[in-house]
Design a protein around this ligand. Structure first.
Ligand code: ADP
Ligand code: MG
Length: 467
């Protein structure tokens, strides 16, 4: 019991000296098991926490313990048996938070529409403030470590006090490393504090689409006033605005209006502004005018912690070796990591078996082997045929919707069936920029989860390919 008081004091101090994300991920679930004449034994709930504390935080723990009058000769970490209520215990917070948000979103959805434009009902934009936010993404269920720590800290700070520091905030980095998660989480956190705040989350593609539509319907004034009266504007994948001159101009004015009114702007991009080709110089300088943070794929320990957390949310406690295997094997981003984990969990659930290392290894290897008889050309041809468009169009320059979607599906198939690299996929479809391939695969992946027709199209194409 004495231990408890001492440990609370130690944790209290540590909380002040590390970022909140690091505290929650690495310290929050620790306990003091033993304090015996200079020997300190700290209980941890997972081997990954143990390793990280050993590697990075022994000194800090020693200092803080000593400050609290404890004699410290050596600090040891012991994993407390996995029979302790690990899964739900560690991540009880997100549930509470999302419940709160669910309540709040009920409040907003039952309220009258915040934005009504005069005149033609067609002028009403397709979404409402707050609508773009997905409550699945929270700051509490984001695992913090090397690679994303700084981005997390900035988001945490904005969530607490929007528009004071870091405006605009721009997170940039490769695909699947948590940019959307973090910027969405800030929106959710601000909404939780202030349900009345007009928070607008929008993908750049949607912004472009809406603007083009507004031009066509001559409703640009309504469009502008909608975006320019937001309290928080969150724009995802801003690199897609490159080369779209009119939209850039519109966005420039929106940006200025909001910034001058001291409203928070948050953006994500796959590269730093100066490397976005076709981005106007004045936007480049605006984007870089606040805080730009480079996000990297988190280090091994953090990836392990992410897998462990996600498995725990699913109610499964995985063996450390399975987690390590997943975190090590050829995973280049967290989205893929999650995909591999979900595949494993689904496989085991359907067959009611335990996820062992052997099974994991064979499952992931199987899914990586390329079917020998299948070529990229066959996939592209079959996809074009399915959508009844000429093969020249699918690999050609046309950008009509009825060509673009089949092209995106073909990219998705090349990735999933042949595991081709993104640059190779882009080349196969006559595209220069591999980010187009990344984006297309991602888009079809997401849309196929909600769009049954798309899902059917994909399985029909597959059936033919493997028949
Ligand atoms: P990006 O926008 O950078 O392409 P996302 O934000 O969509 O990537 O992240 C991909 C997936 O990985 C999401 O499901 C997200 O929740 C998850 N993810 C990424 N980083 C983390 C993290 N540090 N902790 C928990 N989940 C993460
Ligand atoms: Mg994203």
């Amino acid at each position: 019991m004495q231990h408890d008081g001492l440990w609370q004091a130690v944790l209290g101090e540590i909380e002040l000296s590390v970022s909140r994300g690091n505290f929650v991920t690495w310290f929050k679930t620790t306990t003091l098991l033993k304090q015996d004449d200079g020997l300190i034994v700290i209980g941890v709930t997972s081997i990954f926490i143990k390793r990280t504390l050993e590697k990075k935080y022994t000194e800090l723990l020693t200092t803080v313990l000593q400050k609290n009058g404890v004699k410290v000769d050596s600090v040891e970490f012991k994993t407390v048996s996995s029979s302790s209520p690990k899964p739900s215990d560690h991540r009880d917070k997100p549930v509470v938070l999302s419940e709160l948000q669910a309540k709040q979103s009920n409040v907003t959805s039952s309220a009258p529409a915040t934005q009504q434009f005069a005149g033609d009902p067609k002028n009403v934009l397709s979404h409402d403030y707050g609508q773009g936010l997905n409550e699945r993404y929270t700051l509490d269920n984001f695992v913090v470590g090397d690679g994303n720590e700084l981005a997390f800290a900035a988001c945490q700070s904005i969530a607490g006090q929007p528009s004071t520091k870091y405006n605009p905030l721009l997170l940039y980095g490769g695909v699947g490393i948590g940019k959307t998660h973090l910027i969405q989480a800030v929106g959710n956190a601000i909404a939780a504090h202030d349900p009345k705040a007009k928070i607008l989350y929008i993908s750049t593609e949607q912004f472009v689409r809406e603007f083009v539509q507004a031009l066509r319907l001559r409703t640009t004034a309504a469009f502008a006033s909608y975006y320019r009266t937001a309290d928080v504007l969150i724009v995802d994948d801003i690199q897609f605005i490159a080369g779209k001159d009119k939209t850039q101009e519109e966005f420039f004015h929106t940006f200025n209006t909001l910034h001058q009114a001291n409203k928070q702007i948050i953006m994500s991009s796959d590269k730093p502004p100066k490397e976005i080709h076709g981005l106007e110089a004045r936007l480049q300088s605006r984007f870089a005018g606040g805080m730009s943070i480079d996000m990297q794929i988190p280090d091994f320990e953090t990836r392990c912690a992410i897998i462990e957390t996600k498995a725990a949310n699913h109610g499964t406690a995985l063996d450390p070796e399975v987690i390590e295997y997943l975190a090590t094997n050829g995973q280049t981003n967290i989205r893929e990591l999650e995909g591999a984990l979900n595949q494993l969990l689904a496989w085991c659930e359907m067959r009611n078996i335990e996820p062992t290392l052997d099974l994991t290894a064979s499952l992931l290897n199987v899914s990586k082997t390329r079917p020998k008889h299948l070529s990229a050309k066959q996939i592209i041809e079959r996809t074009a045929r399915h959508f009844q468009i000429p093969i020249e169009d699918i690999v050609g320059p046309k950008r009509d919707k009825d060509i673009v979607v089949p092209r995106q599906v073909a990219m998705y198939m090349l990735r999933n069936e042949l595991h081709l690299s993104f640059p190779k996929i882009a080349r196969e479809l006559g595209r220069k920029d591999h980010t187009t391939a990344i984006h297309s695969v991602d888009k079809i992946q997401k849309e196929s989860q909600v769009d049954a027709a798309l899902r059917n199209a994909i399985s029909e194409i597959k059936e033919h390919l493997y028949a």
